[in-house]
Design a protein around this ligand. Structure first.
Ligand SMILES: CC(C)(COP(=O)(O)OP(=O)(O)OC[C@H]1O[C@@H](n2cnc3c(N)ncnc32)[C@H](O)[C@@H]1OP(=O)(O)O)[C@@H](O)C(=O)NCCC(=O)NCCS
Length: 158
């Protein structure tokens, strides 16, 4: 895992496009704006070079990036996860958990006492993932997404 570099941007945007349906995925401008916001940070996971995993199936973007997370240190000691995206072929191998734990650690280090996020109400994988990580449901926001889908707001004490 490493910090985002500027040359990663196109790959991250294309991963986001593949992870979410239209209306929930970000436009390039939206993603760039969130990533540049004051207090925000982006962590990236790269797959090990394939020659160190001779039996591994090719499962990555050409860049080798298999996932990323965008978080932000907000006002009043509140952290926020803006997005977490793992390429479909690399899911259920702990990458999302490592990204989320690293982001939570970053927020703790910045004195955030809690972290919140939004997820589409039909995203069962995300709900199972966040439940596993100790997040609880705070409220529902009707028509949160531009495709009119409602969002659950989830939160966790840090
Ligand atoms: C949600 C997401 C980030 C999870 O990433 P991941 O790398 O697959 O997660 P992990 O392998 O660390 O999973 C940890 C645990 O979460 C739960 N979980 C994750 N995906 C799940 C699924 N599809 N169904 C049920 N439980 C799931 C399981 O308890 C899992 O542990 P297990 O594999 O030992 O059973 C990934 O599915 C993803 O990128 N989805 C598309 C984008 C998205 O929906 N992002 C979140 C909304 S903002």
């Amino acid at each position: 895992m490493r910090e985002f570099r500027r040359e990663d941007f196109d790959t991250l945007w294309s991963i986001d496009q593949s992870c979410f349906p239209p209306g929930i995925s970000y436009s390039r401008l939206e993603l760039a704006t969130y990533m540049r916001r004051r207090g925000s940070f982006t962590l990236v996971t790269e797959a090990p070079p394939t020659n160190s995993r001779p039996s591994a199936k090719p499962c990555t973007q050409p860049s080798g990036i298999v996932g990323f997370i965008v978080g932000e240190v907000g006002r009043r000691d509140a952290g926020h996860i803006i997005t977490i995206d793992v390429v479909a072929s690399a899911r259920r191998s702990g990458i999302g958990s490592k990204l989320l734990e690293a982001a939570e650690e970053r927020l703790r280090a910045a004195n955030c006492r809690s972290v919140s996020l939004e997820t589409a109400v039909d995203n069962q994988a995300a709900m199972a993932f966040y439940k596993r990580h100790g997040y609880f449901l705070v409220r529902t926001v009707p028509r949160y997404y531009s495709n009119d889908m409602d969002a659950f707001v989830l939160e966790k004490e840090l």
